[in-house]
Ligand binder design. Sequence first.
Ligand code: DAT
Ligand code: MG
Length: 151
Amino acid sequence: AELERTFIAIKPDGVQRGLIAEIVSRFERKGFKLVAIKIVVPSKEFAQKHYHDLKERPFFNGLCDFLSSGPVVAMVWEGEGVIKYGRKLIGATDPQKSEPGTIRGDLAVAVGRNIIHGSDGPETAKDEIALWFRPIELVSYTSNAEKWIYE
Ligand code: DAT
Ligand code: MG
């Protein structure tokens, strides 16, 4: 299996609503491999770094206040196609438009409380993993299931 990795975060609403296990389970059951996980309360400055691409948007300040308002579960998931397919598991940004069966479609209602973040491409995945994790926090290991998940 190739070493594609993506950054996934359960935002404060997902943590407070008790959805950590539900969300982790969806990535895990798919066959993706968890290579880093921690719970942190990001500072507002850190949230602004994470969302720097959106700094011109009217909701930027509220978004950064929200991300820094409580604990976030930060994760790195690995697997073939995990960046793109992770976004598919998550669903559309606005939960009103997310398909049923997706995380946001099944578990969220409002765009400003859409419970989860996922990197939107290879470049952002690389940047976001580097922002949230030190290299030694990423664990490389062989999953016993790999030979049953990949040909
Ligand atoms: P995504 O999280 O699907 O990658 P994004 O990167 O465009 O979406 O935006 C980041 C977050 O900002 C998104 O998860 C929720 C919030 N957001 C996006 N559009 C919004 C809007 N129109 N009003 C309020 N919040 C918004
Ligand atoms: Mg985004």
